[in-house]
Design a protein around this ligand. Structure first.
Ligand code: FDP
Length: 317
């Protein structure tokens, strides 16, 4: 069988689905994986080149833009801009979506957070890229519910660089082999193990809704471990590998949750469901939510199905 690179995997997956077998969709996904390899190289060289620290600007969310945020955003824009089939791109770093191709050729919308957890850069902690792909053929633009995603994935730039993606046929994981510059298949059809691990910023305990506080109290003495990286992609990757549950609920500072529905919660929810898990905002499934704004925020509870159910029982009381 030989080495299965991500490009080969994507093409083989797509050839199984006659409606998307034109190669156009594969060409689009290969643009994302190329961009992520380039971002990985920037992340690895961050301490060596003059690309650590802030640009001095703030983004639409009022957050300081890091130099690597800016570089990662430009790389994705560039790699997707010439695909020919990308109509709209929307990024955490840009106020408005960028229209690349108005006509029918611009069939896909790509939404992304180019460098998730960028607060981790200066301390050499993991960061990531996360993306969601929508089809415009049903007439929708960037504001489509998550259940209409045609692909989603992330790359975590950690002790190794790992990519996971889904096109609705399971979740597949690849490791970047730096010696050949390619993502190589590591695991196919990943499922979330149950795992007694929770990932939540417990420093906000007093600010969480009562159900979350009751659940956190209950976990003590139940054999749980806590893991929180401060980067959604890294925490979600750990969850896919080791199991458990991740939550970022409503807080006083972020009454609607902190994470962004379209390019953080939706792709994570699609991956989680494809890996046998669940993702909810505490009331409704994340992928059923109808977005009304590009940078809309949502509470997020995601993980192994039975672990999510346990939290929800506390939320319901
Ligand atoms: P960041 O702002 O550094 O990009 O995307 C929001 C996010 O990171 C998530 O990746 C992460 O889970 C969360 O914020 C961490 O927020 P807190 O520092 O409030 O815990």
């Amino acid at each position: 069988m030989g080495v299965i690179t991500i490009d080969r995997h994507i093409i083989e997956q797509q050839s199984k689905i006659p409606t998307t077998a034109s190669g156009q969709f594969s060409w689009l996904l290969c643009g994302i994986t190329l961009a992520c390899r380039m971002i990985a190289s920037h992340v690895r060289h961050a301490g060596l080149a003059d690309i650590v620290g802030a640009t001095g600007e703030t983004n639409i969310h009022g957050e300081e833009v890091q130099k690597l945020d800016d570089a990662a955003n430009r790389i994705l824009q560039e790699c997707l801009g010439y695909r020919g089939n990308v109509g709209i791109i929307a990024s955490e770093e840009d106020d408005e979506p960028i229209v690349i191709e108005e006509g029918e050729d611009g069939r896909y919308v790509v939404l992304f957070d180019p460098l998730d957890g960028s607060g981790n850069i200066d301390s050499a902690m993991p960061v990531g890229t996360i993306f969601s792909v929508l089809d415009r053929q049903g007439g929708g633009g960037a504001l489509q519910p998550g259940c209409q995603q045609v692909a989603a994935g992330y790359v975590v730039y950690g002790s190794s660089t790992v990519l996971a993606y889904t096109t609705g046929e399971g979740v597949h994981m690849f490791t970047l082999d730096p010696s050949i510059g390619a993502f190589v298949l590591a695991r196919e059809r990943v499922t979330i193990p149950e795992g007694k691990v929770y990932s939540i910023n417990e420093a906000y305990y007093r600010d969480f809704p009562k159900g979350y506080r009751d659940w956190l109290d209950w976990t003590k003495g139940e054999g749980y471990k806590a893991r929180f990286h401060g980067a959604l992609v890294a925490d979600f990757h750990r969850l896919l590998v080791d199991g458990g549950v991740f939550a970022y609920p409503e807080t006083g500072k972020h009454p609607k949750g902190k994470l962004r529905l379209l390019y953080e919660a939706n792709p994570v929810a699609f991956l989680a469901e494809q890996a046998g898990g669940k993702a909810t905002d505490g009331e409704v499934p994340i992928m059923s939510k109808r977005p009304t704004a590009l940078h809309e925020r949502t509470p997020l509870l995601v993980g192994h199905a039975s672990q999510v159910d346990t939290v929800q029982r506390f939320l319901a009381t």
